[in-house]
Design a protein around this ligand. Structure first.
Ligand code: PEP
Ligand code: MN
Length: 302
């Protein structure tokens, strides 16, 4: 890593790459995040009904997602909006895991509910509004569950790294960073997708980086393009909102892909992911798999 980055982020040495520590691979059930395989996490913004969740899990799993997302505790800006099903939603997520074999990522919003959420979730999601809620970060860290830490909507990269360092410092090395867009003067998109942050984080930090194109875009028709850009920027995976009937979704319907849209996105991403794999092998010369992968890439890219 360049010395100026080292100096700039000197207050968070624990999350920076070092000669001894280049990559953190986060184990989640039989999966590895940050281990080379591109991992897609997909599902509804909110858990609504058993049918909605099971249909989505089955569909996204078939299309190549490895992790099911869905909020049971929802941070809503309006007190009159749907706040999530709570414990009932967590039970539906666990049932969906049993049926689909997908791991579960779900948001935890308060310190008091950490033990309950950790009992059902494979990954604890810390939302953008809670990135600097240190008592929540500490409680989440102590469960030992992997933590998906979303960047605060007005947080700098240094601040995101500070929160990540805080979790590491409380004994939990399994932190996954998530770029989900930041607030800027632009309002046409819900947030501004900071792809520079993805590229930089991959350069300076050993932690895996996941991109959330749904909350960045705010519009489903932009999601596939942002997902493609995330792959090119070096993200280790995606967090994407998918709903059987986006128009009827209880939250974030406008940015949720329907099943056909998700299939199309996953298919569209294949050659980009293959190119990334080739690039990775190029950087590790002498790999015996290189020739096979090169041939596969040429076939996929056509
Ligand atoms: C979500 O993932 O549904 C969510 C609320 O995300 P964020 O915290 O990034 O707004
Ligand atoms: Mn959402």
């Amino acid at each position: 890593m360049r010395e100026d980055w080292q100096e700039r982020f000197a207050e968070t040495p624990g999350v920076l790459k070092s000669a001894r520590h280049q990559h953190t691979v986060v184990p989640v059930l039989d999966l590895e995040i940050g281990g080379g395989e591109f991992v897609t996490m997909a599902g509804p913004c909110s858990v609504e009904t058993e049918i909605q969740l099971l249909a989505t899990a089955e569909h996204v799993g078939r299309a190549g997602a490895r992790i099911l997302r869905g909020g049971a505790f929802k941070p809503r800006s309006s007190p009159y909006s749907f706040q999530g099903l709570g414990l009932e939603g967590l039970k539906m997520l666990a049932h969906a895991r049993e049926k689909s074999g997908l791991a579960i990522v779900t948001e935890v919003m308060s310190e008091e509910t950490v033990p309950m959420v950790a009992e059902y979730a494979d990954i604890l999601q810390i939302g953008t509004r809670n990135m600097e809620n240190y008592s929540l970060l500490e409680a989440a860290a102590r469960t030992g569950r992997p933590v998906l830490l979303k960047r605060g909507m007005v947080a700098t990269i240094a601040e995101l790294l500070r929160s990540a360092e805080f979790i590491l410092d409380h004994g939990n090395p399994n932190v996954i960073l998530c770029e989900r867009g930041i607030r800027t003067f632009e309002t046409a998109t819900r947030n501004t997708f900071d792809v520079g942050a993805i590229a930089l984080l991959k350069q300076i930090s050993h932690l895996p980086v996941i991109a959330d194109p749904s909350h960045a875009a705010g519009h489903s028709d932009l999601v596939p393009a942002l997902a493609r850009i995330a792959v090119a920027a070096g993200a280790d995976g995606l967090l994407v909102e998918v709903h059987p009937h986006p128009a009827k979704a209880w939250s974030d319907g406008g940015q949720s892909l329907d099943f056909d849209g998700f299939d199309a996105m996953m298919e569209d991403l294949e050659p980009w992911i293959a190119l990334r794999e080739l690039e990775r092998l190029r950087r590790a010369p002498g790999s015996s798999r290189r020739k096979t992968v090169e041939a596969q890439v040429m076939e996929t890219v056509g």
